[in-house]
Design a protein around this ligand. Structure first.
Ligand code: SF4
Length: 297
């Protein structure tokens, strides 16, 4: 396995950027090297209720990111690389420590550019007694072959689906190919874990797709929901997020330099209804701060 990781990172094409760098020598577009960097791990009570439950979700926030969202609310971690190096053993220990603290799941946040190393730590943690579900919390800007490294190790996929429109994906995340890759990634995630399974109010396997309502881009939500309905079905669990607020470089983009309005969020709720989605979660507009979305079922 270590040889496999070495090969993958020596000419990295793990994500759609496919920059091909040797991560033992330099960082890629994502700013990630061969060394995993983690900012913090904590009990997180603001995720969707089926994830946070009563004892919290064990969130581990990975540094750096291959997506370059101009409105990123976690930019100090994702863009500026805040965090500390973490070996395979240390990452395994963090997961086991979170389990010991009683969380319902281990929640890996933005780990896509470290997928082989995360898989290695997960395998070790399973050998050492990690028994709770593992959540992969990602942007969906991911390649199916990279996600296949996680098969059998991840129980719950929690991807965003940000854009169907390549020009919006280019303008706000510097990734015009995002819609193509997000569709492929979500289909692969669904192939691995299927629809969400909830037992006694807590999710133990499956897919939840997060849709962030961006100001002025409500048509995009309708397009995304139409695609989900056609590709995976209206039984898919979706989480409609009203937490957008202008952050990071939003001021350079006047049209998104404001929160989404209650009317825009209501419009998106109407699309859920119109397209027959019944499983999922909704939020109050502007209801959350960094890391702490609050949802109702
Ligand atoms: S994971 Fe990072 S280094 Fe690898 S292809 Fe993507 S951006 Fe480049």
């Amino acid at each position: 396995m270590m040889d496999d990781i070495r090969t993958l990172l020596a000419r990295c094409t793990l994500c759609p950027r496919e920059c091909g760098v040797d991560r033992f020598v330099t960082a890629g577009y994502c700013h990630g090297t061969h060394e995993v960097t983690v900012d913090l791990h904590q009990l997180h009570s603001g995720e969707e209720p089926v994830l946070s439950g009563t004892r919290g979700s064990g969130a581990i926030f990975f540094s750096n990111c291959a997506l370059r969202c101009v409105y990123c609310q976690n930019h100090r971690i994702s863009h500026e690389g805040r965090g500390r190096r973490c070996s395979t053993e240390e990452l395994c220990d963090i997961m086991l420590d979170l389990q010991d603290r009683g969380v319902h799941n281990v929640n890996l946040v933005t780990a896509s550019h470290y997928a082989p190393q995360a898989a290695s730590s997960l395998r070790l943690a399973r050998e050492r007694g990690l028994a709770i579900p593992v959540v992969w919390n990602s942007s969906a800007y991911e390649k199916p072959e990279t996600l296949r490294l996680l098969q059998g190790l991840v129980d719950i996929y929690l991807p965003d689906f940000r854009y169907c429109d390549p020009s919006a994906a280019d303008r706000y995340s510097l990734a015009p190919d995002y819609p193509v890759w997000a569709r492929k990634a979500i289909i692969e995630m669904f192939r691995q874990v299927g629809h969400l399974n909830v037992r006694d109010g807590i999710a133990d396997k499956g897919l939840i797709i997060r849709l962030l309502v961006l100001p002025g881009l409500t048509d995009g939500i309708r397009d995304i929901l139409s695609w989900i309905r056609g590709a995976i079905g209206p039984d898919t669990w979706v989480s409609l997020m009203g937490q957008y607020y202008p952050a990071y470089r939003s001021g350079e983009f006047p049209e998104i330099n404001r929160p989404a309005t209650a009317e825009e969020y209501e419009e998106c709720l109407g699309y859920l209804d119109e397209l027959g989605f019944e499983n999922g979660f909704i939020q109050e507009v502007g209801s959350c701060a960094e890391y702490t979305p609050d949802f109702t079922g």
